[in-house]
Design a protein around this ligand. Structure first.
Ligand code: BDR
Ligand code: CA
Length: 311
């Protein structure tokens, strides 16, 4: 039975990604470690605990690091709202599940140390927690069978002209993860932009008629309205595309590349620089998502939300 640990800066698309894995037949989410990114760690933690109470999650939830390895935290609250959930109506109800006592970095390290098989980690935010684990416990790199990361881009950025948000928040963390030589699959912006949701998808969800359906529909509609305020344009599914590609691997093609994170450039800091001429110019250190099967991955995500709404 496949098991996964999820490291997340819980905004709405992170939530939809967790629900996608949780609803996948046979898959178990073993724990969540939280990281600052979409919003400060207090907000991210609040979101995760509210989601856990509302959706009945039983996995432990651990608060992780509150700032990137270098510099100040930059959040996405200017786009996603104060709560990083940008609901078009009611948000998650206020009831909260309990936070696990252990911090997110130690909990993730413990999981890697004791997972019974090469571990799978799905990372949906800046790689701050993972980089810290690998820097302080380098022997744990060998315990990772797959690190699937939503972040980076093989084309344009979204936070800057060339940097994707998760990459821009903590490029030093990306480089430390690359230096640790773990099996890394990057699902970047260009891959996620092939998989899109529409306002009509939110209304179809609402049609299920439960309280969960109403909340999820409002959240999904708020998310779609990031692309255009009237909801007429489709919105790329970011974190859920990585989650769907994990549980439905035929839905995404990957290409090997050699990657470095740009740490210096005045205009390019946070860029994920890809050398495709592997192994001729450099040894591959990442597999990069390239071509998505949009109908399949969309269906995996929307079916998971619908299943959740019906429960
Ligand atoms: C990524 O940035 C965050 O805002 C999303 O949750 C996603 O992880 C997309 O660039
Ligand atoms: Ca995220």
């Amino acid at each position: 039975m496949p098991r996964v640990w999820i490291d997340t800066d819980m905004g709405f698309d992170d939530l939809a990604a967790v629900l996608t894995v949780a609803a996948a037949p046979g898959w178990t989410v073993e724990g969540l470690s939280l990281v600052a990114g979409n919003a400060p760690i207090e907000v991210v933690t609040d979101n995760a605990l509210r989601a856990a109470a509302f959706f009945g999650w039983t996995m432990p939830i651990h608060r992780g690091l509150d700032k990137p390895l270098a510099g100040d935290l930059v959040t996405a609250q200017n786009i996603l709202g104060e709560d990083a959930m940008k609901s078009a109506g009611r948000g998650l109800p206020p009831a909260r599940a309990a936070l696990a006592a252990r911090d997110g970095v130690s909990a993730l390290a413990d999981y890697l140390a004791h997972a019974p098989q090469p571990a799978t980690v799905l990372a949906l935010g800046p790689l701050t927690n993972m980089a810290t684990v690998l820097r302080t416990r380098p022997e744990l790199a060998a315990r990772i069978g797959l690190l699937m990361w939503m972040g980076g881009s093989a084309g344009p950025g979204n936070h800057t002209a060339v940097a994707e948000f998760n990459a821009a928040v903590d490029p030093e963390a990306i480089q430390q993860v690359l230096d640790a030589s773990v099996p890394l699959r990057m699902v970047g912006l260009d891959a996620c932009r092939q998989v899109r949701v529409h306002a009509a998808d939110a209304e179809a969800l609402r049609g299920i008629g439960t309280e969960r359906a109403e909340v999820l529909a409002d959240l999904l509609l708020g998310y779609v309205r990031i692309a255009s305020p009237d909801g007429s344009a489709p919105m790329a599914l970011y974190d859920p595309t990585a989650a769907a590609a994990l549980v439905a691997p035929t839905g995404m093609q990957f290409r090997p590349a050699h990657m470095v994170a740009e740490l210096q450039g005045q205009h390019t800091r946070g860029m994920t620089v890809l050398e495709w001429r592997v192994p001729r110019r450099a040894a591959a250190n990442v597999e990069v998502a390239s071509i998505a099967d949009e109908p399949l991955l969309r269906r995996v995500v929307l079916d998971a939300l619908a299943l959740t709404a019906r429960q």
